[in-house]
Design a protein around this ligand. Structure first.
Ligand code: TPP
Ligand code: SF4
Length: 472
């Protein structure tokens, strides 16, 4: 007797639709349901449910985490391979699935997939090619056929206007690192059985730690193709398959020779990294008086980002939590750049600093941009070496200091942001000057620059003590 049962890798109930529900959110006849089932069966058969991490994309399958009873992460549009890379590198035994639609993978995420494949990352990528943007209502996708009508090509895609459909298997097959590339179809039961084998092979490669496997699954989207489920399967066979030929593109026994084993950072190594910080004998400042929202802003090349990292490292070394979020202007040098740093005793939910309680303005455009966003009662430190105007606000404390000149006295104008950080620390007590001096040698790679930066700390602390203490 054949007993048909839902694979264990699926949840028993699909809560997305409510308690007790057993159906997915997909439209009748949608290929996502078939593809999910093939993957869930393979996970169950291979006994890898407990170590599988399913990365769901943006698109109709965004809610895959409601269906797969595995580890789950939902990634930003097109970034599933990048997220999978992170998990794969951190968890040596994890089985990584990057599940993506054609808009997600071949449109917005083209860069992410190419580089993950080229690095031979440990992951199985399932690429659901339905030749359209399903979730958003049927716009043209990179794989839309020439002549195919979509919401954004109402009279049919033309190669001259929108370019040709992109064959992902053909493109990836030009790279050295992938071990397995195959295109399959959900057009009829025979094809689904062949798709099943390819899905299982890609996951078996994961178990055997062979590297990057890619399965493109031609899949119907009856709703946006404006067909019945049966018509859609027929149309798929008649129209998609001639353009995207089925079959194996690559099936290597071993990863390419040049692709060496990549060892993830072990828990032990992480502990050692943290132990190194402890060996600095720093004073713990878990009793930090108030959470710090700091914005350090200037032009690119001024050391704004490194000062942010230095502050975050100092806070962590004193056993507080910290985040650092860089924001770059389009230019490498000379453009605007800013870093937001949050320091807290508690966990930090979002790293975004919209309203700083301490703004370090290293140049005029930074003061212009961020002066109004400082919270009332906050503080603005103005680099008077490069800013010749006064702060207009009357509800904030302002510290004026010639930061670039102080750094020049120390022997390095680029240390102006370290001077700024020193004044911030002296003013708020959020991190100690002692910590800054101890962490600088760990954060600066060029050893010849350590002494000048430490001198900048001393000169800035002296300036603060003599000129700014008590200033309103
Ligand atoms: C950064 C970003 N850009 C655009 C969107 C809108 N968006 C949501 S789903 C989608 C298309 C998904 O199409 P596809 O990857 O083919 O998956 P399908 O829905 O067909 O399964 C788009 C453009 C978004 N959510 N985020
Ligand atoms: S819109 Fe298309 S891809 Fe999305 S669930 Fe419906 S049939 Fe499937």
């Amino acid at each position: 007797m054949v007993k048909h049962a839902k694979p264990r890798a699926f949840y028993d109930e699909f809560f997305r639709r409510g308690p007790g529900e057993k159906n997915t959110t997909y439209c009748p006849g949608c290929g996502h349901g078939n593809a999910h089932k093939l993957i869930a069966e393979a996970i169950t058969e291979l006994g890898i449910q407990d170590r599988t991490v399913f990365i769901s994309p943006v698109g109709c399958s965004v809610f895959a985490y409601y269906y797969f009873d595995t580890g789950n992460v939902q990634a930003a549009h097109g970034r599933a391979p990048a997220v999978a890379t992170g998990v794969a590198r951190a968890r040596e035994d994890a089985i990584l699935i990057s599940y993506q639609g054609d808009g997600d993978l071949a449109g917005i995420g083209m860069g992410a997939i190419m580089h993950a494949a080229n690095r031979g990352e440990h992951m199985a990528v399932f690429f659901i090619n339905n030749a359209i943007y399903g979730m958003t209502g049927g716009q043209m996708a990179p794989t839309t056929l020439v002549g195919q009508r979509t919401l954004t090509t109402p009279d049919g895609r033309t190669a001259g206007r929108e370019g040709f459909p992109i064959g992902m298997c053909e493109i990836l097959d030009k790279l050295t690192a992938p071990v397995f590339i195959e295109r399959v179809s959900l057009g009829d039961p025979g094809r689904i059985i062949r798709a099943r084998r390819a899905v299982k092979k890609a996951l078996t490669n994961q178990v055997d730690r062979k590297g990057f496997s890619f399965v493109e699954i031609l899949s119907p989207c009856p709703i946006n193709w404006k067909m019945t489920p049966v018509e859609a399967r027929k149309w798929l066979i008649a129209n998609l398959e001639p353009l995207f030929p089925l079959g194996s593109f690559r099936n290597l026994e071993e990863p390419p020779a040049a692709y060496g084993y990549r060892k993830p950072v072990s828990d032990q190594e992480l502990l050692e990294i943290f132990a190194a910080e402890k060996s600095l004998n720093l004073e713990s400042r878990r009793g930090l008086v108030e959470d710090q929202y700091v914005k350090i802003a200037g032009f690119g090349g001024q050391g704004v980002m490194s000062a942010g990292v230095l502050l975050a490292n100092c806070a962590i070394a004193e056993e507080n939590n910290a985040t650092w979020l860089p924001s770059y202007g389009p230019e490498m040098r000379g453009g605007t750049a800013n870093a937001g740093v949050i320091v807290s005793r508690d966990q930090i939910g979002s790293p975004v600093v919209d309203h700083a309680n301490f703004l370090i303005a290293m140049n005029g455009p930074s003061l212009d941009s961020f002066e109004d966003s400082v919270v009332p009662g906050g503080t603005i430190l103005v680099n008077t070496s490069l800013i010749d105007r006064k702060v207009r606000r009357s509800d904030v404390k302002v510290l004026y200091a010639p930061l670039t000149e102080i750094a020049a006295q120390a022997g390095l104008t680029a240390a102006a942001t370290v001077a700024a950080l020193t004044m911030y620390a002296a003013e708020t007590g959020a991190v100690s000057l002692d910590t800054i001096k101890k962490v600088i040698p760990l954060s600066i790679k060029k050893k010849s620059l350590i002494d000048v930066n430490i001198k900048a700390v001393d000169l800035a602390a002296e300036y603060h003590a003599n000129n700014l203490r008590g200033q309103i």
